[in-house]
Design a protein around this ligand. Structure first.
Ligand code: AMP
Ligand code: GLY
Length: 430
């Protein structure tokens, strides 16, 4: 029986907590810091996911037997290494890669070099910094529009620019490198070939030697309907992805997943956790846009509900490197999620609005993304740009979406907004 500490505070963590709560192997579940939704599944702690010392003292005083890391920041900051280096913590498994492999998300240059080294299909690229900025301008001249510029480091999902004019691309390159447009994150910039096609995300759980493919998902990144306006963390998701048929997913597994996992072994890069592979599908040919070293949000809110197997049992397989002996069962049904956000998101928005109607949600699950309790602990308030992800199952995508949209109307708070076109594009593609 496990006492689990789950790190994070979003819809992803609520979905993981919801699933862990169903495990026959769970004794106690704590979430740091969690939100009003995770409080339904376990006990929230007032502790940041990056406060390693506070995490250590909690883990030791509460007989925690496993730590599960939701977001990337603690991984990139080396939480797993911190545990391994501490005599009291080193035998407590951490689900999430060590710092070395976390660079697959923390540095675009590192990720591209890994893909090239292991023959994993991806866009051609070169990396530039202040020393060779002029070479960067020359490299741009050899490419055709649109131009893709990526800040090397973590830039809160904002570090990618896609530009249509050469002069604009040169100006932005210099802005990123010389004027620190994204701070230290853009001291190095990856310039890469533009990939055509349609995006999807593939998720893998690995113990560093073997792996299990999890359901694929499509997320909706832009704030506006018809995929317009600013980029967000994600406004909704659908799984399975109708255009990612068995043949396509087999190609992904052979050409991308297998060389990725064997790349970890060859490069002596320990990896226990989730791998999120952002892919472009160009007429049935997959190539990698990016790796993340965690689950996606809101993709988790459709991927986790489709896993029928005991998640904690799978995590035990990851921790003890016996994942190959585990079976994973996937629900055949569709799962869809629709994200309710705050007015103004992804720019400035107000928090603290009372959320009503949560108790009236029927036929869907309301995963909390950004919520907390009001003063008397009875009210639930908005506490983020993304507020609630409404996930539903259906035998068809439309059946699932219909329930999510219905419940999107059931929940109310001042300034509520959501995209009403989630899944729309998939209908014409499939
Ligand atoms: P990333 O931060 O790497 O996920 O990039 C953000 C978004 O930019 C991706 O989700 C894609 O929509 C787009 N993007 C990134 N790289 C490319 C590329 N080489 N070609 C086309 N679109 C891209
Ligand atoms: N939804 C995209 C992400 O989690 O990065």
């Amino acid at each position: 029986m496990h006492n689990i500490l789950l790190l994070g505070s979003g819809g992803r963590e609520h979905a993981i907590a919801w699933k862990l709560k169903q495990s026959s192997k769970l004794n106690k579940l704590f979430i740091a810091p969690g939100n009003a939704g995770t409080a339904q599944c376990g006990i929230n702690l007032n502790c940041k996911a990056t406060d390693f010392e506070a995490i250590k003292s909690f883990v030791l005083s509460n007989e925690i037997t496993m730590v599960i890391v939701g977001p990337e920041d603690p991984l990139v900051a080396g939480i797993h290494d911190f545990f391994l280096a501490d005599t009291q913590l080193k035998n407590i498994p951490v689900i999430g890669p060590q710092k070395l492999a976390a660079q697959l998300e923390g540095s675009k240059d590192f990720a591209k070099a890994f893909m090239i080294r292991h023959n994993i299909p991806t866009a051609k690229y070169k990396t530039f910094s202040l020393e060779n900025l002029n070479d960067g301008f020359s490299f741009l001249e050899t490419l055709k529009a649109p131009y893709v510029l990526k800040a090397d480091g973590l830039a809160a999902g904002k570090g990618v620019l896609i530009l249509h004019a050469l002069e604009e691309a040169k100006a932005e390159l210099s802005n990123m490198i010389a004027n620190a447009k994204f701070g230290k994150a853009s001291a190095k910039v990856v310039i890469e070939e533009f990939l055509k096609g349609i995006e999807l995300s593939v998720f893998v759980l690995t113990d560093g030697k073997s792996y299990k493919m999890l359901p694929a998902a499509k997320d909706y990144k832009r704030i506006g309907e018809g995929d317009t306006g600013l980029n967000t963390g994600g406004m909704g998701a659908v799984s399975p992805v109708p255009f990612a048929d068995e043949k396509f997913l087999k190609k992904v597994e052979e050409r991308i997943v297998k060389p990725t996992i064997s790349g970890f072994v060859k490069d002596h890069m320990p990896y226990k956790g989730f791998v999120f592979i952002g892919l472009m599908n160009d007429h049935g040919e997959p190539s990698v846009i990016e790796y993340n070293v965690r689950m996606g949000d809101p993709e988790t809110e459709v991927v986790i509900p489709r896993i029928k197997s005991d998640l904690l049992d799978l995590f035990e397989g990851v921790a003890t490197q016996t994942l190959d002996a585990k079976n994973i069962k996937i629900d055949e049904r569709f799962a869809t999620t629709v994200m309710l956000v705050s007015k103004g998101y992804p720019e400035d928005y107000e928090k603290g609005k009372t959320i009503k109607g949560l108790d009236k949600v029927a036929g869907s699950m309301a995963f909390h993304a950004g919520t907390n309790f009001g003063k008397n602990n009875t009210e639930i308030l908005t506490n983020g740009g993304r507020v609630i992800a409404i996930t539903s199952y259906g035998n068809t995508m439309d059946e699932a979406l219909k329930k999510s949209f219905q419940n999107a109307e059931t929940i109310n708070y001042e300034g509520k907004y959501y995209r009403k076109d989630i899944g729309e594009d998939l209908r014409t593609l499939s």
